[in-house]
Design a protein around this ligand. Structure first.
Ligand code: SAH
Length: 537
């Protein structure tokens, strides 16, 4: 049998956006993924649904036994002809034991590739606003392990090892560079939290001053990032409550954080937000939320299906109309599909006026070379009716979802229009492999907010029957009054309704909500008359 291959891939430090393009490509092709504790779970979503996912995270105490087992597992899976991704936190060759795994593969004659990753040694300080080198402040940086086992096997204390290697590098680089200068080099220590006291003591012994700025960055690059800043004199006391994983940074560069701190200052930093959406749509909303510092969790509650019988839509498209009103981007796509099936194109709308409700709808029309004559930013039926103007005698085509609102057609008919209301697509509850994780997060109160962008996503969410305990209910944010009303009708308490009914408006409303009173959401939810998230029916 042809042997498989093992890709030893760096997953990056935590932020799922910090994996490399090549790393993602490997995951997309994986039959087996063997991953560690510090790997972002979101990355596993890149892998095919049927790929085998094996967790080999371990406590530091049983490291050696587990490492052997992991090595054996890699060889075994590859020998079965599989494409194996060994996904490791940060960079696989920076204290990741990736070298040992590669050696085991080399010995067994298994082909492998190494895909480097963004190491936490540099990325965690960067997300804390600390550049590891800076002109005039630090001209180099060195990365050390603060792990006891590592120190003991070398028979050195951490600082001694550091001093030796710095001396060696100073010697190599020659006198031009000058000797190691504690004021001008940055020291980075991984796995150093547990031995923080002895690491600090060694550095002081070695000549570092008590005033040397120090930072500990915990869970760097993730929404849980926490940074403690101090000096060598007080970091042990200040870092008492800080548990691993954290990166220790020692040196003058730490002082730059005051001005360069960017990540933790964003308005939605640390908020975990469930974004309910259509499976088919890429979530612009999630990107915008992430930009504001939130951790968006995509929850595709609805999927789009073609109608069972296309005849009504095909027949309607063959008739002349004065107006076609599109209420969603999905409606545009569905109509376009049917036009194409009939061998027609954009000329089908020559002389027809087009109305788009929602900016995304207008954008979808534009993608097909169609310019909407009338665009309504707000998803409100009355406004659309008013916008059409004199509807008397007008023939209007309204391609819609199977569960659309009736108000629009009714309003138009009342104004004397002939309305062809045709079902263009169906929506169905999406079956989603990640919903179990989402269920668990809601139950544990780990979701801060849920956002809804349409009545159908509210219904889809409701029918997915995920729920959270009353005391930990997330806040509910809706894009507009119609969506909010649907949520209320289903028994949800709505905390935020966007003033501008667009995804941008929704993000702005959430930012506003948290800036006005950050803690209000959860407390109010705890006292609220109804649970924010429905109990199962
Ligand atoms: N190969 C990894 C390091 C593995 S050793 C890399 O290149 O990043 C594990 C140590 O890395 C932890 O003890 C901690 O010191 C550090 N670490 C990993 N991820 C981290 C994160 N998100 N924030 C802070 N420290 C992290």
């Amino acid at each position: 049998m042809i042997s498989g291959i093992v890709y030893i891939v760096g997953a990056g430090p935590g932020d799922p956006g910090l994996i490399t393009v090549k790393g993602v490509e490997c995951l997309r092709r994986a039959d087996v993924i063997i991953y560690d504790r510090l790997v972002s779970p979101h990355l596993l979503d890149y892998a095919p649904f049927q790929a085998e996912r094996i967790y080999v995270g371990k406590a530091s105490s049983d490291h050696i036994r587990s490492q052997k087992e992991t090595n054996r597992l890699l060889v075994e899976k590859a020998r079965q002809g599989k494409t194996v991704v060994r996904l490791k936190g940060g960079d696989p060759f920076v204290f990741g034991r990736g070298g040992e795994e590669a050696l085991a593969l080399a010995e067994a004659g298994i082909p492998f590739e190494v895909v480097p990753g963004v190491t936490s040694a540099i990325a965690a300080p960067a997300y804390a606003g600390i550049p590891v080198t800076h002109r005039g402040v630090a001209r180099s940086f060195a990365v050390f392990s603060g792990h006891r086992a590592e120190l003991e096997t070398r028979g050195h204390g951490d600082a001694e090892t550091a001093a030796e290697s710095r001396q060696a590098s100073a010697d190599t680089l020659g006198s031009e560079r000058g000797p190691w200068n504690v004021e001008r080099e940055t020291l980075i220590v991984l796995m150093g939290v547990e031995n923080l006291g002895s690491i600090v003591a060694s550095l002081l012994e070695e000549g570092y001053s008590l005033e040397t700025p120090v930072a500990l960055v915990r869970w760097g690059t993730t929404p849980q990032q926490e940074t403690v800043v101090g000096t060598l004199g007080d970091i042990v006391e200040r870092g008492r409550e800080l548990y691993p994983p954290a990166v220790l940074v020692v040196g003058q560069v730490v002082s730059l954080r005051e001005r360069l701190k960017w990540f933790e200052d964003r308005p939605l930093f640390g908020k975990r937000i469930l974004v309910t959406r259509f499976r088919e749509q890429r979530s612009e909303l999630s990107c915008l939320l992430a930009e504001q510092g939130a951790e968006p969790i995509d929850f595709p509650v609805i999927q789009i299906l073609p109608t069972e019988d296309n005849t009504p839509l095909d027949e309607a498209l063959a008739l002349p109309h004065d107006w076609v009103i599109f209420t969603s981007a999905n409606g545009v796509k569905a109509v376009w599909d049917r036009l194409q099936a009939a061998g027609r194109d954009a000329r089908a709308f020559a002389g027809v006026r087009l109305c788009a409700i929602g900016l995304a709808t207008a954008a979808e029309l534009a993608a097909h070379g169609l310019h909407a004559d009338f665009v309504l930013a707000r998803h409100i039926a009355e406004a659309a009716v008013a916008g059409i103007g004199d509807a008397t005698g007008q023939r209007i085509l309204l391609p819609r979802a199977d569960i659309a609102q009736e108000a629009l057609a009714q309003g138009l008919r009342q104004k004397g229009a002939f309305v062809d209301e045709v079902v263009a697509y169906r929506t169905a509850i999406a079956s989603d492999p990640t919903s179990n994780d989402i269920r668990a997060m809601l139950q544990d109160g780990q979701i801060d907010a849920i956002v809804f962008t349409s009545p159908s996503t509210v219904r889809g969410f409701f029918e997915s029957k995920v729920q959270s305990p009353k005391s930990k209910a997330p806040i509910v944010a809706c894009i507009g009054p119609v969506t909010a009303q649907t949520a209320r009708d289903l028994g949800l308490r709505v905390d935020v309704v966007a003033k501008e009914h667009t995804v941008k408006g929704l993000v702005a409303a959430l930012v506003d909500y948290y800036q006005k009173d950050g803690s209000r959401g959860l407390e109010k939810a705890a006292e609220g008359p109804t649970s924010s998230v429905p109990a199962p029916t």
